[in-house]
Structure formats: structure tokens, C-alpha cells
Write a protein that binds this ligand. Structure first.
Ligand SMILES: [Zn+2]
Length: 471
């Protein structure tokens, strides 16, 4: 056995195991962090090592064993794609059928190589794998360099605040509860696409002296774009600006909304891990960590392990949403310093993990936009829980301010053929309701950003005129 054969064997396995994570990293430089690639690579390397040892005990030849291991990893790491191809040919195949067929083929390959024993051609094959995967890794890394450089150069964008504090010694500001419901459809959109009349919620809010705008639209249907602009009280980013996700996130560090509250003496109570204040991202107390994380899940989703991932992180998110809903029951009427609460709830956004009553749904319906009862169930659950929360705040802390907004309406609703049917304008239509110490406030037709400017103008006696937005 030549030394170079062993080197090529080890290298080809490492490169093939590293490729999926590196490929996905280079495609998602803006969202993913470099350290996230190591765990998926280690998982694949571990599996490769186990397979290698088992096959080596049979073949007793490093080159032949390497070849078989490479074939195994190639199929294993692209299992979801292979399964889709099988299923497109044979309609009724299930995951287990495809797994059995592929294992059968693989075992026969090992037997064939065992009988042939010669390894001359397989040395060449291993070299080819080495060159292909090495080349693919280098090629993808080169393509990603501009975005990696851009990301490294992204700097904090906390705009310098020019808002002047009007606070004097006698002024006491009310507690401020900001609640954003992700993907909560406006009254008009839920009626149009789900034939659901939500006027009971409208009447409920009006009875509590909420000001409700029935015609508010935002600038985008992208959560990060919309909420970043709300936090900045201005249209600082847009969908077409070409900024990386990481660059957009820089606008969410010490954002003007938080800064304005802080400068007016508020204590910041940040429940959102998408906004940072004073160097710390917000969090939900006693919440659970995700099992796999977004990047690991993305890599493993293509492998034969994907059935193991089903709904684990979704269940963690479900649990954390319930904890956050409980947190929002807390009110601060007896606090000496006014409290600013910022909460971004992940419901009724998919995955659909709550039915109308708050029970767990079927795993098969987690992202089912065709069956309208999935979204609608989670929507009604959200409405009911929010009613409890705001009724509690208004009762205990009637001098407070409560802002209830959604970033966009349901976006991906489908007809019976699976076609998306929501018009962009209807997706941009939002819930926008403000309880202002029981007083009237004219927010009719205002965007979320301009609604916040209107509230802060009144609260801090500032002159924050409406800003223009291009829809
Ligand atoms: Zn959203």
C-alpha cells in the first residue's frame, strides 16, 4: 500500500464530508456563522468513520474501503434528493422503501468489490472524487468571498439620535407594551382569504378604548425589513437594497426606538432575540434552546437523517411561545421607573403548532398552507391569548400604552391546486391597534413606522412628522 493512496483516501473522505456544510455556508454567508459548519462536518465524518471501519473488516483494503465509504457518504448526504427522484418515478414509495433499496444496492456493491479484489481502478476513482470535491469547495469559497468581505466589514448602524428628550422632573411616563404578532392577518385579509370574520376582536379592542386602523399597510412582506424599519422609526432599509442579512441586523443593535425610550428614563424589557440593546440580544426568561439550530438543520435536511429532525425545533419554539405569552401577563403599574416591553411573537406565523384551542396539531400540517384550517386555527388561538393579555394590562395598568401590530398578513396561502393566491397588497395589509392611556389617537391608514412616530410625538412632545414610503 503506497503512502499516497492512504493520503488520497483520507483526503477524499474529509472533502466529501466537508462539502455539504461549506456549500450551504457559502450560499448563506449573510445568515450563517462560520463556526456553525463544524458540527455538521463532524457528524458526517463520524458516520464516515463508522462505515469505513465496518467495511474495512470485510474488504481488508484501504483503497477499496475508501471507495465504498465515498459512495455511502455521497448517497447519505444527498438522500433527500435521491428519494425525490425515486418518488417521481414510483409514486407510492415511502422513505423506508428508498432506504432499503439503496442499502441493497450498496451491499451488493461491497460484495462485488470483495469478489473482484483488484483496487487499481478504484485508486483512480478516489482521486477523481478528491479532485471534484476539492474543486467544488474552492470554487464555492471563491464565489462567496465578496459576501464574506462585506459581512466582515458590516458595522453597527445605530443612527445617532437627534430626538430631544422633553422629560422634566415632574413628568412620569406610562409603561409601554409593544407587541408584534408575526404574520397576523389584517381584518380585511383574513376575511378575503379565509372567509373569517374577525370583527369580534375589533369590537373587543374598541371596547377597551384601543384606536384601530383598518387600512394600514407596510412597505414589504419581509419580517426583517419591516421590523428593522419600525425599530428605526424610519425607512432605513428596503427589500431591494442588496444588503446582506448580517448587514440588516446591524440596524437592530441599540435601535432608535429603544434609545428613545431609554433616554426618557425607561427600563428596557427586551424579549426578542432579533434585537440587541446594550450589547445583549433579548431573550425569553427560562426559554429552551433549539435542538439543532437553523444551519445544522439545513445541512441534515438533505441527509438520510432528515426524519429524525421532524418538528424537534418546532416543538421548542412552541414551548418558548407559550412561555412568552405567560411573560406578557406581567404588568408594571407599581414600578417606580416606567418599563418598555418589546415582544415579537412568532405566531400565527408557520409552523402551525397550535390549533384553535392551543393543542398540538398534526406533524404533517406544520407548514400546510393549502389546508386553510391550519393557519386559521393558530390565528384564532393567537387572538384569544392576546385578548387575555391586553385585557389584563388595561385592567391593571390603565394609564399604559399598548401597541399591537403585525408585520404582514398571511403570505403563502394556497388554493386547492397549491398555487399561492395572496396579492402583495393584501399581504402588506396589517393589524395596527394602539391603546394610548385610554385616549384617542388618530392612526388611521398609518404604516407601522408612522404609527410609532405618531405615538412618540404625543408621548414625548416631539415633532416627528410622517415619513414617506414607496410601496
Ligand atoms: Zn413576519
Amino acid at each position: 500500500m503506497k503512502k499516497s493512496d492512504i493520503v488520497i483516501s483520507i483526503l477524499s473522505i474529509i472533502l466529501m464530508c466537508a462539502f455539504p456544510a461549506i456549500f450551504l455556508y457559502t450560499r448563506n454567508v449573510g445568515e450563517a456563522e462560520l463556526y456553525e459548519i463544524f458540527m455538521p462536518i463532524l457528524v458526517l465524518l463520524f458516520i464516515a468513520a463508522v462505515v469505513f471501519i465496518i467495511i474495512y473488516l470485510i474488504l481488508r483494503n484501504v483503497v477499496n474501503t475508501t471507495f465504498c465509504t465515498l459512495i455511502f457518504i455521497l448517497i447519505f448526504s444527498n438522500f433527500a434528493i435521491v428519494e425525490d427522484i425515486f418518488k417521481s418515478i414510483f409514486n407510492n414509495l415511502k422513505y423506508w422503501h428508498v432506504l432499503e433499496i439503496l442499502l441493497f444496492i450498496f451491499i451488493n456493491l461491497v460484495i462485488f468489490i470483495y469478489k473482484k479484489r483488484s483496487s487499481n481502478k478504484l485508486i483512480q476513482a478516489n482521486k477523481v472524487f478528491c479532485i471534484i470535491f476539492g474543486g467544488l469547495i474552492i470554487f464555492n469559497l471563491i464565489l462567496a468571498i465578496p459576501n464574506i468581505v462585506k459581512k466582515l466589514g458590516a458595522e453597527s448602524n445605530n443612527a445617532s439620535i437627534e430626538y430631544i428628550t422633553q422629560k422634566d422632573e415632574e413628568t412620569t411616563f406610562p409603561n409601554f407594551y409593544y407587541i408584534l404578532l408575526d404574520e397576523y392577518s389584517s381584518f380585511s385579509s383574513i376575511k378575503k382569504y379565509y372567509s373569517y370574520d374577525n370583527s369580534q376582536f375589533y369590537d373587543f379592542l374598541k371596547d377597551l378604548n384601543f384606536n384601530v386602523s383598518l387600512d394600514s399597510h407596510n412597505d414589504s412582506i419581509d419580517t426583517i425589513t419591516i421590523t428593522t424599519n419600525i425599530l428605526n422609526l424610519d425607512y432605513v432599509i428596503s427589500d431591494g437594497d442588496g444588503l446582506l442579512h448580517a448587514e440588516k441586523m446591524k440596524y437592530r443593535e441599540n435601535p432608535p426606538m429603544f434609545d428613545l425610550m431609554f433616554k426618557n428614563g425607561y427600563e428596557i424589557n427586551n424579549y426578542s432575540n432579533l434585537v440587541s440593546w446594550d450589547g445583549k440580544y433579548g431573550s425569553i426568561p427560562d426559554s429552551y434552546d433549539s435542538v439543532f439550530g437553523d444551519f445544522m438543520k439545513m445541512v441534515l435536511d438533505n441527509t438520510a437523517l432528515y426524519p429524525l429532525l421532524v418538528a424537534k425545533d418546532e416543538m421548542v419554539d412552541r414551548q418558548n411561545t407559550l412561555i412568552l405569552l405567560d411573560c406578557l401577563k406581567q404588568t408594571y403599574e407599581s414600578s417606580v421607573t416606567p418599563v418598555f416591553t418589546y415582544a415579537h411573537l412568532a405566531i400565527p406565523h408557520a409552523p402551525f403548532v397550535f390549533d384553535e384551542e392551543g393543542n398540538m396539531t398534526n406533524f404533517s400540517e406544520l407548514n400546510d398552507w393549502k389546508n386553510k384550517s391550519c393557519y386559521l386555527g393558530q390565528y384564532i388561538f393567537t387572538t384569544n391569548r392576546i385578548e387575555e393579555i391586553v385585557r389584563n394590562i388595561v385592567t391593571k395598568d390603565p394609564d399604559s400604552i399598548i401597541v399591537l401590530q403585525s408585520d404582514h398578513s398571511a403570505r403563502w396561502t394556497q388554493d386547492e391546486n397549491g398555487n399561492e393566491i395572496v396579492l402583495n397588497e393584501d399581504a402588506r395589509s396589517v393589524l395596527n391597534a394602539v391603546y394610548y392611556r385610554g385616549e384617542e389617537l388618530d392612526i388611521d391608514g398609518l404604516t407601522n413606522v408612522n404609527t410609532m412616530r405618531c405615538i412618540f410625538s404625543r408621548l414625548f412632545s416631539l415633532n416627528l412628522p410622517e415619513v414617506e414610503v414607496n410601496f
